[in-house]
Design a protein around this ligand. Structure first.
Ligand SMILES: *Cc1c(COP(=O)(O)O)cnc(C)c1O
Length: 330
């Protein structure tokens, strides 16, 4: 089976498993796991932040990140299909007590954000405290948010005293696709979440990065949420291995995605990274027919097909899948 449903489906490679097996470990709740510390320092450094914290999931990393900027009865603005709004099942409201207001459309729409901004009017209304941006934008088809747009957002946020959260579950893809240094993305946000378990191919793990103070507080909240982990250097080792071996190769995933786009009638120039969205009337039919031919793809609602390339999809897999899809869509 060639699995194009998601880049979360990758399995640890032999080299990664070896790195995990040999990892030096300790009790990370005691702050004694050297491999976790090494990963946290490495990621903080890459993003140009003072500190970072290992988190079991990206969703928990986002909770820790957003709650560092927004309190009870305050709001975060985000795009309507953002992961924090659509895929985290209400945790930000339930745990943090914040509210969300969303704009529809572009992953980052500064003009709309400016019109949505609600200043602090005292104890009668919800005040905007932060803006959350996803890069790349998952449900936006892996779209890269250009750095100048993020810099303009940063400027607006500074003028109003707002925080910026960057959901960078696939920030590595944006970095590789554009050549923009990770630290340049880090500089536009107060707090950044990145995932190791998407395109980087680690089995588990995300990190949240920010100031030393933010991360110290995030460490307390992670424990409170049940995310204090023990000899977790085994997992951090997978992350370190992925950073060494699986970042630059994301370019191959992007190339494979463009190859798939072409046969599906999607302009490859509109495919920024590793996700292809193919608009169509009856995606369920194609999902079922492709499965019969050994290719797994997913439907997004009843309007489109979604193909995601990753570490476990080789060039020849991409070509085989392209031939199957060309036949089914032709
Ligand atoms: C996958 C993802 C996350 C985090 O997901 P987990 O499954 O909780 O690790 C967050 N944001 C985006 C954009 C994602 O794609």
């Amino acid at each position: 089976m060639i699995d194009l449903r998601s880049d979360t489906l990758t399995k640890p490679t032999a080299g990664m498993r070896q790195a995990m097996a040999g990892a030096e470990v300790g009790d990370d709740v005691y702050g004694e796991d050297p491999t976790v510390k090494a990963l946290e320092e490495r990621v903080a450094g890459l993003l140009g932040k003072e500190a970072a914290l290992f988190s079991p999931t990206g969703s928990m990393a986002n909770v820790l990140a957003v709650r560092s900027l927004v309190g009870v009865g305050q709001e975060v603005l985000c795009e309507a299909s953002a992961h924090i709004a659509r895929a985290e099942l209400g945790v930000h409201g339930a745990v943090t007590g914040l509210t969300m207001r969303t704009w529809v459309g572009k992953p980052l729409d500064l003009v709309t954000i400016q019109s949505m901004y609600a200043p602090d009017m005292g104890p009668f209304f919800v005040a905007t405290r932060a803006i959350s941006v996803e890069n790349t934008h998952n449900f936006g088809g892996g779209a890269v948010v250009p750095l100048p747009e993020l810099e303009a957002l940063r400027e607006f946020a500074d003028e109003r005293g707002l925080g910026v959260h960057l959901d960078g579950a696939r920030l590595w893809n944006a970095h590789v696709a554009t050549g923009t240094p990770l630290a340049s993305y880090g500089a536009v946000a107060d707090v950044v979440a990145v995932a190791l378990s998407k395109g980087l191919g680690a089995p588990v793990g995300s990190l949240v990065a920010g100031t030393a103070e933010t991360i110290a507080e995030a460490r307390v909240w992670r424990k409170r949420l049940g995310g204090g982990m023990r000899q977790v250097g085994i997992l951090a080792a997978a992350g370190l291995y992925a950073l060494d071996h699986h970042v630059e190769r994301l370019a191959e995933d992007h190339e494979h995605a463009r190859l798939l786009a072409e046969v599906c009638g999607v302009d490859p120039a509109t495919v920024d990274t590793n996700i292809v969205v193919v608009p169509m009337a009856d995606p369920a039919r194609v999902v079922a027919a492709a499965r019969e031919e050994g290719v797994l793809v997913s439907a997004v609602g009843a309007t489109s097909l979604r193909l995601v390339t990753h570490l476990d999809v080789t060039r020849s897999d991409a070509e085989k899948a392209a031939a199957v899809l060309a036949r089914l869509l032709g």
